[in-house]
Ligand binder design. Structure first.
Ligand code: HEM
Length: 476
């Protein structure tokens, strides 16, 4: 059964984006940089988006206005204002225009959808992410990490980003989809690189994944989306075949394909199944792969913190990890937290205001875009002592991992977002990152041949902009 095509999804995205371009009244705007100069520095690639938006913090204002390509962007730096928009008034916002641009790939999945569709799908998928279910995934997480480790040998040179993406794709395949997708890992990685580079340019003001101009690069991006479509369609088709033979699983595809409404009809259309599957493939592996990549890189550059972590791992019993071991791994949690503080895989959140809102003393009309950047807030020296330093101990209280230990106000630490749009996979991601790091760092030391703070590419996620070539060493 065919679902939507990339052309249909692009047309749909254009309609949505057009409906969000509303006429705004002439009101006083918060102070901010010159719009043209900002557009030029972004469009010319002089400053990557994450650096551009976090540099606005140096203006010491609660809210900074940037007019860009006909949009009014308002970047928030006051934690209470961030809370006010994203949590208190979350129901009066929609996903921002930049995220709508990902619709040619993600369609109307959980990440992009708003309103009743979002609520219905969130409720349907929630059982996959209950604590008990995630405990049951730990064996698969260990299995995937061990399978990677078994292919490694001492002295080998690997690309760390690729290795982590392959591993987390394997995990999401085994757990959420109940499928072995390792054979597709390298095709997914290549296609995603192309598509995400397109989204990165789309965040800039002059190029958009919804552009009508058929450049060679655009054609390659569309082709890459088609390749990802084919992979996901095959996953769905194979599960349909399983179901026809009486298969009874607890994975996302079974959940959606077998769901029936009150009249006995399929509760989800083929488009809805495809969009959620694509969203979970992308959101469910790329971000965790990045958290792990950044953690390994920081450990490689900070030998005393690495020794501190290894001491914890060396005290574990000599058997594969289980869910019961997780409370004994506060240092591993702290390393992942500190990696996500310095290199948040999701580096910015954007919302489109669906009603006029007064924020930090400024009246923002309906149609304004409000942004809050994890990258800026997680490194803000007002809240974090030694903000640019890798200090995992800041997350430990009385020997336990404690996310509240840094005592920052709410609205400063938000690697997984906020409120009703908070990441559905948060607990899954913590568990996976900790299990994978602990399982591999027990046996391996990784020397990453990249700077501690390498150049980064900020598309939907914050990725290294250079190859993360890495030498593997076995631990005695
Ligand atoms: C370190 C890993 C991860 C990070 C940093 C992360 C971060 C985020 C953030 C910041 C959001 C909110 C986006 C917004 O408000 O615009 C989000 C949403 C989401 N994430 Fe994650 N995520 C991670 C892992 C995962 C995993 C493992 C899954 C699935 C298995 C997942 C699935 C989703 C989905 C479906 C949404 C949309 C939720 C909704 O709006 O209802 N994420 N994630």
């Amino acid at each position: 059964m065919a679902s939507s095509t990339v052309t249909q999804r692009t047309l749909n995205a254009r309609t949505i984006v057009e409906s969000m371009r509303v006429q705004q009244p002439a009101v006083a705007r918060p102070p901010g940089p010159n719009g043209l100069r900002s557009m030029w520095s972004l469009a010319s690639g002089q400053v990557p988006p994450h650096e551009f938006f976090s540099s606005l913090r140096e203006r010491h204002q609660p809210i900074v206005h940037v007019p860009m390509a006909g949009e009014h962007l308002n970047v928030l730096f006051a934690p209470e204002a961030i809370w006010e928009v994203f949590v208190t008034n979350g129901r009066h916002t929609r996903k921002s225009l930049a995220l709508q641009m990902t619709r040619p790939l993600l369609g109307d999945g959980l990440l992009t959808a708003d309103g009743p569709t979002h609520m219905r799908h969130r409720r349907a998928l929630q059982p996959l992410f209950h604590n008990k279910r995630i405990e049951g995934y730990v064996a698969d997480m260990v299995g995937a990490a061990d399978a990677s480790g078994q292919r490694w040998h001492g002295g080998q040179l690997i690309d760390l980003s690729d290795a982590m993406a392959e591993l987390t794709l394997d995990v999401i395949g085994r757990t959420v989809f109940g499928l072995d997708v390792r054979g597709e890992a390298s095709d997914v990685a290549t296609a995603l690189d192309t598509v995400l580079a397109g989204f990165a340019r789309g965040i800039g003001p002059w190029s958009s994944p919804l552009s009508r101009i058929p450049t060679a690069r655009r054609r390659r991006e569309v082709e890459a989306i088609r390749e990802l479509d084919a992979i996901v369609e095959e996953m769905i088709a194979s599960r349909r075949r399983d179901l026809a033979m009486g298969f009874d699983g607890k994975d996302v595809l079974t959940l959606m394909l077998a769901a029936r409404d009150d009249d006995g009809r399929s509760a989800f259309t083929p488009e809805e199944v495809r969009d959620e599957a694509m969203t979970l493939v992308l959101a469910g592996h790329e971000t965790t792969a990045l958290a792990l990549t950044w953690a390994w890189n920081l450990l490689s550059h900070n030998p005393s913190e690495r020794a501190w972590l290894e001491q914890e791992l060396d005290s574990l019993p000599e058997r594969p990890l289980t869910a019961h071991d997780l409370p004994s791994l506060p240092r591993t949690y702290a390393v992942i937290a500190e990696a996500m503080r310095l290199h948040p895989p999701a580096w910015i959140l954007g919302r489109w205001l669906d009603k006029d809102l007064r924020v930090s003393g400024w009246d923002l009309p309906r149609g304004s875009v409000v942004l809050a950047s994890q990258y800026a807030m997680h490194r803000d020296p007002r809240y974090w002592p030694h903000a640019d330093a890798f200090r995992p101990t800041r997350w430990i209280t009385d020997g336990r991992f404690d996310e509240r230990a840094p005592r920052v106000p709410r609205g400063v630490w938000f690697p997984f977002g906020f409120g009703t749009r908070r990441c559905i996979g948060e607990h899954f991601a913590w568990t996976e990152a900790v299990v994978v790091l602990a399982t591999l760092a027990r046996r391996w030391r990784l020397e990453v041949h990249a700077p501690a703070d390498p150049p980064m590419m900020s598309a939907i996620t914050l990725r290294p902009a250079i190859p993360m070539s890495t030498t593997l060493t076995t631990r005695a």
